[in-house]
Ligand binder design. Structure first.
Ligand code: G4P
Length: 286
C-alpha cells in the first residue's frame, strides 16, 4: 500500500538537537509501546550517543503487557533505562526521577564534591510525532509550565519547562521523523495514527489492519466483532465486520468508508484489545 508521506529533511533538526544536547544532562526518548521499533527515529542512537537515556514506552495502557515487558528487557543497558508509562494518566512517571538520579549519580557526586547543593537535572524530550511528547510534558509540568525564557546558547526560542521535582525539560527542536520507507513500518505508523488519515486511503488501511490482526490476534478480532469464524481473505472478514456493525449503504452494499473509520478508531482506542504490533527478538526469555 502506498502511503504518500513526505518527511522533509532532517538536517536542520539534527543540527539543532546536537547543539542543544550540550545543555542537557540526559535524553528522554519517547516511543509508542505498540510499535517500539517503528516509532524509533533512525538517527537517534547516533545523535544521542554518550548521553544517558531514558526510553519511555508510552501508551502502555494499549499494549500486551508481556510484550512491553520484553521490550523493556531488550532495550535496557547500562546507559539506558526503560520505563513503561501512560502519559495520559501519569502512570509510571514517578519512576523517571529516580532513574535519572541513578543514571547521573557519578556526575551529581562530582558536583556535590565541588560544593553544589541544589542540582537541577536538564533533559531533552525527543520522539517522532504522535508518541505523546506534549502529553508527557504537560503531565510532568502539571500545568505549571513556566517560561524560563531564552538562555544563551539555546537555539532560537527554546524554552525550559520546569517541573516541581527538580527536572527541567526541553522539547525537541524540530520534528524527528521515523524511518517510514519500509512498508511494514509505514503501516504500523498509520495503524496507530502517527500518519494522519487525511493523506491515506483509509479503506485500504483498514483492510491491511484486518489482514494483520487476523494473523496476529484472530481471537480478539472475532470477539470484538462477534464473528464465529474468520475467512482466509481479509476482505471477506472486513465485509463480515461491516455487516455486524450495520455499516451498509442502500441496497445492502458495504459502506467501506464508514467501517474503515470504525475499525481504525476502535483499534487506536484499544477497544479491540491490548495489542502490540511489534515484538522484540527476546520475547521467549521473558
Ligand atoms: P506528540 O506531542 O508526540 O505529537 O503526541 P501528543 O502528546 O499530541 O499525543 C498524541 C495522541 O496520543 C493524543 O491523542 C494523546 O492523547 C494520545 N496519548 C498520549 N499519551 C498516551 C497514553 O499514554 N495512552 C493513550 N491511550 N493515549 C495517549 P489525541 O488527543 O486523540 O490526538 P490525535 O490522536 O487525535 O492526534
Amino acid at each position: 500500500m502506498a502511503i504518500n508521506w513526505f518527511p522533509g529533511h532532517m538536517v536542520k533538526t539534527k543540527r539543532e538537537i546536537k547543539e542543544n544536547l550540550k545543555l542537557v544532562d540526559a535524553v528522554v526518548e519517547i516511543r509508542d509501546a505498540r510499535i517500539v521499533k517503528s516509532s524509533k527515529n533512525p538517527d537517534i542512537d547516533e545523535l544521542c550517543a554518550g548521553k544517558p537515556r531514558i526510553i519511555l514506552l508510552n501508551k502502555s495502557d494499549l499494549t500486551d503487557a508481556k510484550i512491553t515487558k520484553a521490550w523493556k528487557k531488550y532495550l535496557t543497558n547500562e546507559n539506558t533505562t526503560v520505563i513503561e508509562v501512560n502519559a495520559l494518566k501519569g502512570e509510571g512517571l514517578k519512576n523517571i526521577k529516580p532513574a535519572l538520579l541513578s543514571l547521573l549519580k557519578e556526575k551529581h557526586d562530582r558536583l556535590k564534591a565541588k560544593g553544589l547543593v541544589k542540582i537541577t537535572t536538564r533533559v531533552m524530550v525527543v520522539g517522532i510525532p504522535n508518541v505523546g511528547k506534549s502529553t508527557f510534558i504537560n503531565k510532568m509540568a502539571k500545568n505549571n509550565i513556566a517560561k524560563t525564557g531564552d538562555r544563551p546558547g539555546v537555539t532560537k526560542s527554546k524554552q525550559w519547562i520546569k517541573t516541581s521535582i527538580g527536572i527541567e525539560l526541553m522539547d525537541t527542536p524540530g520534528v524527528l521523523w521515523p524511518k517510514f520507507e519500509d512498508d511494514t513500518v509505514a503501516l504500523n505508523l498509520a495503524f496507530t495514527g502517527a500518519i494522519k488519515d487525511e493523506i491515506m486511503d483509509t479503506e485500504e488501511l483498514a483492510l491491511n489492519l484486518v489482514a494483520r490482526l487476523q494473523e496476529t490476534n484472530p481471537e480478539l478480532l472475532m470477539k470484538r466483532y462477534k464473528l464465529t469464524e474468520l475467512k482466509e481473505e481479509p476482505i471477506d472478514n472486513l465485509d463480515a465486520i461491516a455487516r455486524k456493525r450495520g455499516a451498509l449503504i442502500s441496497g445492502g452494499q458495504i459502506d467501506y468508508n464508514r467501517i474503515a473509520a470504525i475499525l481504525l478508531d476502535e483499534f487506536r482506542g484499544g477497544k479491540i484489545g491490548n495489542i502490540s504490533l511489534e515484538e522484540p527478538p527476546n520475547i521467549e526469555e521473558v
